[in-house]
Design a protein around this ligand. Structure first.
Ligand SMILES: O=C(O)CCC(=O)C(=O)O
Ligand SMILES: [Fe+2]
Length: 358
């Protein structure tokens, strides 16, 4: 069975994460209550639903979902021709099991294909790609433009929230002028075969960049609930499913915004496990738009009225966005590191501060 619309419903008896449902139209109109709920979501959970009603991004995502099915239906040998990791890029194909899912080095259980905006807008290297993608470059451009429009709104609202001059974050995330790591990711996790012990398809992580928009149809995405401010010592962190909602994207914040805001905004830990209930029999497809600061941007605290000062004695690493994303993306692939020298910590980002209480 695949994840066509006939897939079984998301079950009602699994614990789900309390994502706020925000409206793109209300945020565009700067409705004060909606903006307040938005800023609460960005600080507390770092994840929210965005109702995209009426925006072309929904139809474009649907069309790319179909493209994703055709892409992953290609024979493995054909897909493997587009794995360019040995050339030092995270663009292109990554096979099931080519990344690790945890510190113990267990392999992941999903395949993905990354297409960069510098490629589709011809700002940087154009990587060879299978016909199913070559023939959809115009669609990829339209989708990226729409998704980037949503990201730009989120960044403008965050400028206001953080006390940054209007346009500050947007100027670090130009789609067409600057070189950057924005990408579309197509994902498929096959249904777990009998006897396969790997429930985790994609290991726990925070996202590397600024704002991520996820298009999910089946469950399987889980968020690690941050400890509530009042939780006592020893209280267990809890994984909760994110229920996919038709017409909505799941939006989450990444490491860059944690660094810019010195931890005021949350980049939450999440992972993908097999879909819950009867959905587990289906292959899980997912489509993601990742936005990242332009390559040259240094990830460090910005000077904004509401951004907390650095703690006494803290000296920031000063890494560029390009280096940060590359280290994290390729750091989880053992085959790229010297034999016996796999170091899980290379793939880590802001996870350590993601779980702090407020
Ligand atoms: O497939 C999903 O729902 C999430 C994927 C994800 O977290 C990622 O690719 O960073
Ligand atoms: Fe992610």
């Amino acid at each position: 069975m695949d994840s066509a619309d006939a897939a079984p419903p998301f079950p009602d008896n699994v614990p789900t994460a309390p994502l706020l449902r925000l409206s793109l139209a209300k945020l565009r109109a700067r409705e004060p209550d909606e903006v307040r709920r938005f800023t609460a979501a960005c600080e507390n959970l770092g994840f929210f639903y965005l109702d995209l009603g009426g925006d072309p991004v929904l139809q474009q995502a649907d069309a790319l979902f179909d493209a994703g099915r055709a892409l992953f239906d290609l024979p493995l040998a054909e897909k493997a021709r587009y794995d360019f990791a040995h050339l030092g890029t995270y663009m292109g194909y990554k096979a099931v099991g080519a990344s690790v899912a945890d510190a113990a080095g267990n392999p992941d259980r999903n395949e993905f294909y990354n297409v960069g905006k510098d490629d589709v807008f011809e700002l940087g290297r154009r990587w060879p790609a299978p016909e199913v993608l070559e023939s959809r470059r115009a669609l990829l451009r339209s989708f990226m433009q729409s998704a980037h429009g949503v990201v730009t709104l989120v960044l403008a609202l965050l400028d206001a929230h953080l006390g940054l001059a209007p346009g500050t974050l947007g100027a670090m995330h130009r789609l067409l002028e600057g070189r950057g790591g924005d990408q579309v990711r197509f994902i498929r996790a096959p249904a777990r075969g009998a006897g396969d012990a790997r429930a985790v398809a994609l290991g726990e992580h925070t996202d590397f960049g600024s704002v991520t928009a996820l298009f999910n149809r089946l469950g399987g995405l889980q968020v690690l609930m941050p400890p509530s401010a009042g939780a006592g010592a020893g209280s267990e962190s809890e994984w909760r499913y994110v229920r996919p909602l038709p017409g909505h994207a799941v939006v989450n914040l990444g490491d860059a915004l944690v660094k810019f805001s010195n931890g005021l905004l949350r980049s939450n830990i999440h992972r993908v496990v097999e879909p819950p209930g009867a959905q587990a029999a289906c292959a899980r497809y997912s489509l993601v738009y990742f936005s990242r600061p332009e390559d040259h941007v240094v990830l460090r605290r910005l000077e904004g009225r509401r951004i907390p000062p650095l703690a006494e004695g803290v000296v920031e690493e000063g890494v560029t966005s390009e280096a940060w994303v590359l280290r994290r993306a390729l750091g989880s692939r053992p085959a790229l590191q010297p034999e016996g020298k796999f170091d899980y910590s290379l793939s880590r980002g802001t996870e350590a501060i993601s779980q702090r209480a407020r």
